[in-house]
Design a protein around this ligand. Structure first.
Ligand code: ACM
Length: 260
């Protein structure tokens, strides 16, 4: 069994130290193999200027990374956490993957709305890393709207898709059921709650099974952590009928517009 933990938070805008301490306090009470935290969990989201977006930004190997390295090493687990990444003069809307000494960064591929004013579109592509033998892929919020994101991760072998989010549109939680179903993967969407400058975040963090079933879904106002047990080996089976394997049945020569 593989335990997936979510922390649905309500970060205080630009109060990174407090926000990090608050999620660690919730996580310390539970035990998981993989923790997924929201997009930009430490800074908040609704920036007005690039200068403001840079206030909590840090390099991928900065203080946040050092905290998670020590924390995950002590608990034999991994964390996926969204944060504003500073790389020279550029800012990325990124997620840190930390598994003890192993660190990797995913930079959000599909920027949403005003994010385009502050962040550079991600250049890391989609990748998969093992956690206790389970392949974990990462994507961030609006990436879900592009089925190619989750499909790419699944084709790379992801059994669990860690989806850090700050969902504001209403369709994400139901839409991710389809992403899980069409790729036969577990998805762990971790969203935040609360409002910032008139923008309301819809909560409903969830873990979805490869058959599209909801294993857990939090409320739209809950600030809490939860852990669910999954059997990620079921995500290796892409069959929906004895004669239909969703990956083997792909007819890629008919998908030529995919690169247009
Ligand atoms: C979003 O991508 N944060 C909506």
């Amino acid at each position: 069994m593989f335990k997936i933990g979510l922390v649905q938070n309500n970060p205080k805008f630009l109060k990174a130290k407090e926000n990090v301490a608050a999620v660690l306090e919730l996580m310390d009470k539970l035990d998981a193999d993989l923790w997924v935290l929201p997009e930009l969990f430490n800074s908040g989201y609704n920036f007005k200027t690039k200068k403001e977006a840079a206030r909590c930004a840090e390099p991928a190997d900065g203080p946040l990374c050092r905290i998670f390295k020590a924390w995950t090493a002590a608990r034999n687990c991994a964390v996926v956490a969204g944060f504003p990444e500073k790389a020279g003069s550029k800012l990325y809307n990124s997620a840190l993957f930390v598994n003890g000494p192993k660190v990797r960064t995913y930079r959000k591929t599909h920027l949403f709305g005003n994010e385009k004013k502050f962040f550079t579109p991600g250049d890391t592509g989609f990748w998969v890393e093992p956690v206790k033998g389970v392949k974990v892929g990462v994507m961030i919020c609006f990436d879900w709207f592009f089925p190619e994101s989750c499909r790419t991760l699944a084709l790379k072998g992801a059994q669990v898709v860690a989806h850090s989010a700050n969902l504001v549109l209403p369709w994400g939680p139901e839409g991710m059921k389809i992403r899980s179903l069409e790729n036969r993967v577990f998805s762990a969407t971790c969203n935040r709650v609360g409002s910032e400058r008139g923008l309301r975040y819809i909560g409903q963090s969830q873990v979805i099974a490869p058959n599209g079933g909801i294993l857990v879904r939090l409320g739209d106002g809950d600030v809490r952590a939860c852990v669910v047990e999954t059997d990620p080996w079921t995500a290796k089976d892409k069959k929906v009928h004895p004669r239909n394997d969703l990956f083997k049945d792909r007819r890629t020569r008919h998908y030529e517009l995919a690169r247009a």
